[in-house]
Design a protein around this ligand. Sequence first.
Ligand SMILES: Cc1cc2nc3c(=O)[nH]c(=O)nc-3n(C[C@H](O)[C@H](O)[C@H](O)COP(=O)(O)O)c2cc1C
Length: 318
Amino acid sequence: MLPKFSSKVFLAPMAGVSDPALRLQCKKFGAGLVVTEFTNIHSIVAKEKQLKENQKTIKEFIEYSEDERPLSVQLFGSDLKVLEKAAKIVEPFFDIIDYNMGCPAPHVTQQMAGGALLQEINLTRQIFTTLVKAVKKPVTLKIRLGVTDANRYLFKDIAQIAEEEGIEMITLHPRTVNQGYSGDADWKMIKELKEVSNIPIIGNGDITNPEDAKKMFDETNCDYVMIGRGAMGNPFLFEQINDYIKTGSYNHYSFKDRLVSFFEYLYLTKQFKIKFVHIKGQAMRFTKGMSGGSKLRSKITLAKNIGELEKIIKDANN
Ligand SMILES: Cc1cc2nc3c(=O)[nH]c(=O)nc-3n(C[C@H](O)[C@H](O)[C@H](O)COP(=O)(O)O)c2cc1C
């Protein structure tokens, strides 16, 4: 059974972006569910073996904190034996196991994983059966429409199979794999999926402000919305959407507020081993759209450690 969610607005998994500190911050601002960056099932199995030898758990590899709960872990990879092992390894630590069938990155699709699986109907069914059998925790799925424009309705077949095999919730990002991030997310497809599904549907794609989120709920009847790029450097968006849906209005935040919230993010990173290059990436995103932002970002690029980064942002904030 799915856990209870404190709001209908979720943070999307984003490799290199939705690290445990950003997830905590988004949670604090009202995200109802957060999802880890996707993780390769082969790395989970290999790491667990190493960690076990030092009496450590997979938590050292996929970092998180209790305050993120309910917390979903996202897996990718299609070797059924490894998938079963990996799911069992992560199960005790997470509340939901999410499976990635949408990633368009060639290094993922070339290993028969991510979005490439949308056209492998038989293997897909086996993946769902394996996962649902392997764990007692709820298993959910994240998909795109199809691989090419010609098979952009594959998501309907996949969703039906998923439901038959016991998947409990589906996120649809309505673009094809070949589209990458070009064009618009086709929200009509979320509506179509919702009409034929008996499990909750999460609508995802191109929400950047509270009005977009309300529009997606109204137009598609989806159960939840999921925000990716719109939340980058902008954790306020969760609060704004929740308020807008409840009251019709929301607080506006200045660029100064954003910089302050970057320091909060930085503070949260201290309890995790997040790579400095990723923290620098976050600093770039928190300064997006600011006047003088590009000058600031060229300074950020040169920062060699957290101390230097802090100083640059502090100076910009004065
Ligand atoms: C930098 C980046 C990394 C992403 N990593 C993942 C991932 O690990 N797993 C996944 O399912 N989707 C991933 N996505 C896709 C997002 O979860 C989301 O489906 C997509 O960005 C569309 O939503 P948006 O328009 O709100 O950004 C990623 C997207 C971006 C921009």
